[in-house]
Design a protein around this ligand. Structure first.
Ligand code: HEC
Length: 156
């Protein structure tokens, strides 16, 4: 009895937070987390994702206007090299292998750590905020480009 009531409150809070998250993605939606995801909602989620992929694609190919719009105009590269010149079609970015021990950094690293390593080292740029819109867009593009790769965290 006492154990049960201890767990009730956090669960309710979780359900409320889930509802808020969905409402934020689809304005006007008040559905709770447990409601089935409708085809319309799935379409809306996919549109949000593909918009990030599109922005990340442009950043990855060195599009200056997109970099300016996303506040990373002078950060991503100082050599004139875009990510795509060394990683065509996001090749060799291995998002499916993170997190893993990264020898170059001598630490256990995330994909975002490695994106920043490439910005700082080969590109001689300035590290970007790991929580920034630009980082999320780059992550979306890299992940989308490697669709179908089997998760192998810690590998290669
Ligand atoms: C001048 C060439 C060059 C450019 C430009 C470049 N990279 Fe890299 N990238 C590398 C090299 C070299 C490695 C290390 C490969 C390794 O050791 O696995 C690497 C590794 C990576 C990895 C990790 C792969 C893994 O499995 O460890 C990611 C992610 C990555 N780069 C993303 C980017 C992004 C994003 C950009 C643009 C901001 C970028 N790179 C620009 C050369 C480049």
């Amino acid at each position: 009895m006492t154990t049960r009531s201890k767990f009730r409150l956090p669960l309710r809070r979780f359900a409320i937070l889930g509802g808020i998250a969905i409402a934020a993605v689809v304005p006007g939606s008040t559905s709770a987390h447990k409601d089935p995801v409708t085809p319309e909602l799935l379409k809306a989620y996919e549109a949000v994702f593909m918009e990030q992929v599109r922005k990340g694609d442009l950043l990855f190919h060195g599009d200056q206007r997109t970099a300016e719009e996303m506040g990373v105009a002078d950060d991503l590269s100082k050599t004139g090299m875009a990510c795509a010149m060394c990683h065509p079609m996001a090749s060799d970015t291995h998002p499916q292998s993170f997190p893993k021990f990264q020898a170059q950094m001598a630490k256990f690293a995330t994909l975002r750590d490695m994106i920043n390593w490439c910005i700082e080292k080969p590109n001689q740029g300035v590290k970007i905020d790991p929580e920034s819109e630009a980082m999320k867009a780059l992550e979306a593009y890299i992940t989308w480009s490697n669709t179908g790769s089997v998760l192998q965290p810690g590998k290669f």
